[in-house]
Design a protein around this ligand. Structure first.
Ligand SMILES: [Fe+2]
Length: 252
């Protein structure tokens, strides 16, 4: 899944939006974008087009994950919460683009938090929907092959992994996410938790579980561990395996 899109420059460069765009412009060591004089880069004439992010469709019906996740939760989570992140990201980028045009560096810096929160919310949820699947479409079917081997190597067994993941993720203070990520340096899979909507950038994200209350409260109330116990019945391990294969091949 690619979330790449953003500014198209008149000189033919295509930059990812927001933080990375800003960083690339200021970084003299960037290998993908040739450094240009700052004033010229910031010129409005360098920007041709910018498309907006949109809410991706759920790959299944709202009620397809029942009884583990209710249709009501899925409808509100997708239509309201994810939509809010999309809206927030578009607004933050609009303001960021204006700040770039005006060479307003403090203004650009002030927008970093909104870009991270809303951009992370959009990226995380877009992945989350594909990390789940109805049981009749393979949701909950245990992983096999390379993914199972990687999990066994790191955690002993699938059950041990799930137990450890649930313990660590249930302990996230406030709102956040639990992740199974691929560490490109060690070539191992690891459990990571992050607060708020911080996107996983230290690892390649393979599986993300949303533990914001909006993901479970209507059904599980304040009992986050029960939600975490149930969600494995609808985890789409096939998607996780595909993401691992891609991560492993790109880090060889
Ligand atoms: Fe969420």
């Amino acid at each position: 899944m690619s979330f790449s899109r953003g500014f198209v420059l008149s000189r033919g460069f295509h930059l990812s939006p927001g933080v990375s765009s800003f960083a690339k412009r200021l970084s003299p060591s960037s290998s993908t974008v040739r450094p240009l004089p700052f004033k010229k880069i910031a010129s409005p004439n360098n920007y041709i087009s910018r498309s907006k992010y949109t809410l991706p469709d759920l790959p299944y019906d709202y009620g397809a994950l029942e009884p583990y996740i209710s249709a009501e939760i899925m409808r509100i989570h997708h239509d309201k919460h994810h939509q809010a992140y999309v809206n927030g990201l578009n607004l933050a980028e609009e303001k960021f683009e204006q700040a770039l045009k005006e060479q307003d560096v403090p203004g650009q810096i002030a927008l970093q938090s909104a870009l991270k929160f809303n951009g992370g919310g959009h990226v995380n949820h877009s992945l989350f929907w594909t990390n789940l699947a109805p049981t009749k479409e393979g949701g909950g079917e245990p992983p096999k092959g390379a993914l199972l081997s990687a999990i066994q190597k790191e955690f002993g067994s699938l059950d041990d992994f799930i137990s450890k993941f649930n313990t660590i993720t249930a302990a996230v203070q406030g709102s956040g996410w639990g992740w199974l990520g691929y560490n490109k340096s060690s070539k191992r899979v690891e459990i990571v938790t992050l607060p708020n909507q911080d996107p996983l950038t230290t690892h390649v994200p393979l599986l993300g579980i949303d533990v914001w209350e909006h993901a479970y409260y209507l059904q599980y109330k304040n009992v986050r561990p029960d939600y975490l116990k149930a969600i494995w019945n609808v985890v789409n391990w096939k998607t996780v395996a595909e993401r691992l294969a891609k991560a492993q091949s790109s880090s060889e």
